[in-house]
Design a protein around this ligand. Structure first.
Ligand code: SF4
Length: 228
């Protein structure tokens, strides 16, 4: 699947792709309306990311160069952000890096809280990071990993054509949501139980396509009874 080309001004946060895959409304509440609500899961997730960035920015362990907090972008996907960790392994098939001898193969690793699980939104997020690295370095990144902090387990992912197509689709959807300027309606389901935005989203009410911010504005202006 081909993706459109974007400019620097169009770039959206790569982390937002995980929100889009999880729930388009969640993505819009956060990135379009600027709203955010933490719960225990998001707080723990934030701490996990903070820990991922602890330690030296660059570290060499044998034939491995470890870079933390690497800023990346893709004009093809229209996203930019920061990789928790990118490991560059010495590899004849890899790329040359400024100031380093030899060739190196990048391998992005995204840190997540909790235990290993199948979470499509995480896969798309780290695949997007890999596609950013491919575009920036002019190389192929066939694999990446998710690291689960609670168990210390690393889940290796093959970046298949299907996952790449899902990533392009999520990026396109993210740009469509932002361009439309409208928050999609709720998608009530089991996922809402672990979604930190539920108090703002009110997924099981009859809000329909109205944005949470317009709802809150009308509550403040008119009182609860007249806001519906
Ligand atoms: S509460 Fe449910 S519908 Fe609302 S943003 Fe979260 S996942 Fe989406």
């Amino acid at each position: 699947m081909s993706c459109p080309e974007f400019t620097e001004d169009d770039l959206l946060p790569v982390s937002g792709l995980a929100h889009v895959v999880f729930c388009a409304r969640r993505a819009a509440l956060h990135h379009l309306e600027g709203q955010w609500e933490d719960n225990l899961l998001t707080v723990e997730g934030g701490h996990t990311h903070d820990r991922a960035h602890e330690g030296p920015r660059r570290e060499v362990r044998g034939d491995l160069l470890i870079v933390r907090g690497l800023r990346v972008r893709s004009f093809r996907l229209g996203v930019s952000g920061v990789c928790d960790v990118v490991e560059f392994g010495r590899d004849e098939q890899g790329v040359e890096l400024t100031g380093r001898e030899g060739r190196w193969q990048p391998f992005p690793i995204e840190y997540k809280r909790g235990r290993l699980r199948h979470e499509p939104s995480y896969r798309v997020q780290v695949c997007a990071q890999a596609m950013c690295l491919e575009e920036m370095l002019g190389c192929s990144v066939p694999a990446a990993a998710l690291f689960y902090a609670k168990t210390g387990r690393r889940q290796k992912l093959d970046l298949t054509a299907e996952l790449r197509a899902d990533t392009c689709h999520a990026a396109r959807r993210f740009h469509e949501i932002m361009a439309a300027g409208r928050t999609p309606p709720p998608e009530p389901g089991p996922k809402c139980e672990k979604c930190s935005m539920a108090p703002l989203c009110l997924p099981r009410t009859a809000l329909g396509p109205r944005s949470a911010s317009s709802y809150l504005a009308s509550v403040l202006a008119n009182g609860n009874e007249r806001a519906r």
